[in-house]
Design a protein around this ligand. Sequence first.
Ligand code: Z5A
Length: 215
Amino acid sequence: GGAMAAKRGALIVLEGVDKAGKTTQCNKLVQALQQSGRPAEMMRFPDRTTTIGQLISSYLEKRTELEDHAVHLLFSANRWELVPSMKRKLEQGITLVVDRYAFSGVAFTSVKPGFCLDWCMKPDVGLPKPDLVMFLQLSSAEAARRGHFGEERYETSDFQKAVQQKFEQLMKDESVNWQVIDASQDVESVHLDIVGHSHGAIRLAQDVPLGELWK
Ligand code: Z5A
């Protein structure tokens, strides 16, 4: 008996290569959900505000060098350290809109020499499983038209192409609810696609417990 449990929020992830519009679209989605009366918050990985996140940020800005396995584990640790707060929020009925997640972790490390997908996935096994992962699909030619790549590590056309192929491998996994979004459309059209998929995911998530990723 007792009081009825509150409906949980959904865990919604946006993935995609550099300049696909993830941050733009995460912000717009959170705004739209809030305006329709649904509690929603944005998160991003890496979260550069924590102690671990500061190590990662320094690495990405090429201010420090870190061994490739070590930095992979730091990216994963940066997700795990936020899991208690993510679970709390989801239980409170807050939908989390997340800019990059474990899929970026695997895609970016696994293109490095000597790494395989399987090893890269292991540290993230058991993370809160997203109810929906939207992959913002953008060709490298279209990404190039959105301006120059930045100065950070990994921001080169060849690296991004290799990463795209790793994402394609990850998207074959049917245990994850993937939706491919055409990110070459204008900002509003991409937004409408994303809102449509998100409402469906929020509705479905209400009645099923949060899953465990890759488990
Ligand atoms: N990384 C990793 O190695 N391991 C991990 O576990 C994780 C990440 C989680 C940091 O990422 C790096 O860490 C990243 C992966 C790696 N390396 N790379 N590359 P980050 O999240 O801090 O930064 P970012 O992901 O590189 O941001 P971004 O990809 O460059 O941007 P975006 O979020 O996809 O796009 P945006 O900022 O929304 O838009 C980019 C530009 O395009 C901007 O000028 C917009 O105004 C414009 N834009 C957006 N949408 C459109 C449309 N529809 N049409 C035209 N123009 C548009």
